[in-house]
Design a protein. Structure first.
Ligand code: HEM
Length: 398
């Protein structure tokens, strides 16, 4: 489907073969990202990874992330830290079970994921509590996802009619203050977390174009990593546990089925074309925006048979549809050059926490509510978390 949002031609892709054409066959054309106006006031929108246009700088950062931060042994090296945070979490649920309390799982799981992730990215999280990083990141997620007229009618940018630019500038200053402290701490004491790993590259030339990993790159990449990992894993967990409470079933199939029905980035992260191209007979001018509607693909009866709305993990029995980004029926992590580099890590986090939650506890809904009565309304935006918090009573069973 082709539409025009303001002055920006926009293509919406809603079927697996067409998704494959954009994200695999012509991935190199569509692997850039559109400029998001508000993000220009955070290190010029050029220093991070997630919203940086395709070019030598992004390529070098992505290579560094793949090789140094997301390699299997690095992810494994954080296992003891994940287990430690998880043990505290299980203890607190055990106490709630003894007291027969209803627990706000959405909040608890969000806090747990936040602790696990921030420890891996920043190291000693407690030390940075004064900066309220979670609140700053929530504000950034809101601002980046807000419908900003200036993104579609660029001359309006100068007027900042919605006040988004001013808000982002203030937020940028707060984030910069926090990151200065974090980097200074890491410079005084060497650490093995993401920031520590990036500091070992500081001022090194990354490519023949002369780009270097400077202090602002470290700050912008750190922000991108935190934004990209907090709500994604937490919201997937919330949905998976909601579905598990309704349909106890097998973990792996459950996670695949959860991401089919509840892809956290329903339109992926927008792509932008770098040249004119004809796809499937349709002319797509340079600088078009591409939104891949994985939400619709996940609910397409031509792909998944007529029971698309049903949570039915058994559909994956004997199926070789995986989440790696090669099976275009199921691409919640995207595909191609800009595929989510954190997908392995996200899946480890989701499966580890989910397995503990269902292994150690039975879950009862409050006030005698039956599983069918559980509200499953989605809060549709750039990400799709549950509309209401998921609350249930843990009953310890070990
Ligand atoms: C269940 C969890 C997660 C989901 C569903 C998810 C989903 C996505 C999606 C759909 C994209 C865009 C892909 C495209 O354009 O084709 C993306 C990009 C990205 N994700 Fe994730 N993600 C998750 C967890 C994480 C984690 C844990 C991290 C890091 C710690 C992370 C870091 C990133 C980064 C840096 C990008 C931008 C990559 C680039 O533009 O080169 N994600 N993610």
């Amino acid at each position: 489907m082709s539409i025009r949002l303001g002055s920006v031609p926009t293509v919406v892709v809603s079927s697996p073969p067409v998704a494959e054409m954009f994200l695999k066959t012509h991935d190199v054309v569509f692997a850039s990202r559109p400029k998001v106006q508000v993000l220009q006031s955070i290190y010029n929108g050029k220093k991070g990874i997630a919203f940086t246009e395709l070019g030598p700088y992004w390529r070098s950062v992505r290579k560094f992330c793949n090789q140094q931060l997301f390699n299997a042994s690095k992810i494994e090296s954080f296992a003891p830290s994940r287990k430690e945070v998880l043990a505290h979490f299980i203890e607190s649920l055990k106490e709630a079970a003894v007291a027969k309390e209803v627990v706000n799982i959405s909040k608890k799981v969000g806090d747990l994921n936040e602790k696990m992730t921030l420890k891996m990215i920043l190291g000693p999280v407690k030390k940075y509590e004064e900066f309220n990083l979670k609140d700053l990141i929530d504000e950034l997620t809101y601002l980046a996802g807000a419908f900003n007229l200036a993104d579609f009618v660029p001359f309006l940018g100068a007027f900042d009619l919605q006040g988004l630019k001013a808000r982002t500038r203030t937020l940028g200053e707060k984030l910069d203050k926090a990151l200065e402290t974090i980097i200074n701490d890491h410079q005084q004491q060497k650490q093995n977390d993401f920031v520590g790993m990036m500091l070992t590259e500081l001022n090194k030339q990354m490519n023949p174009d002369g780009d270097i990993m400077d202090r602002n790159s470290i700050k912008a990449i750190t922000i991108d990593m935190i934004v990209a990992s907090l709500d994604t894993s937490a919201a997937t967990l919330e949905w998976a546990l909601s579905e598990l409470i309704r349909h106890p079933s097998y973990l792996d199939m459950v996670v695949r089925e959860t991401l089919r029905l509840h892809p956290i980035a329903p339109l992926l992260v927008p792509r932008e074309s770098m040249e004119d191209i004809v796809i499937d007979g349709c002319y797509i001018p340079k600088k078009s925006r591409v939104l891949v509607n994985v939400w619709a693909i996940g609910r397409d009866p031509n792909v998944w048979s007529s029971n698309v709305e049903e949570f039915f993990p058994e559909r994956f029995i004997n199926s070789n549809i995986e989440l790696h980004g090669h099976d275009f029926e199921l691409i919640p992590f995207g595909s191609g050059r800009r595929v989510c580099p954190g997908k392995k890590l996200g899946l480890i986090t989701v499966k580890l926490i989910l397995a503990q939650l269902v292994h150690c506890f039975y879950w009862e809904l409050p006030s005698g509510m039956s599983p069918n009565e559980l509200d499953m309304t989605e809060n549709f935006g750039t990400s799709v978390p549950r509309k209401t918090n998921l609350c249930a009573k843990p009953i310890y069973r070990m």
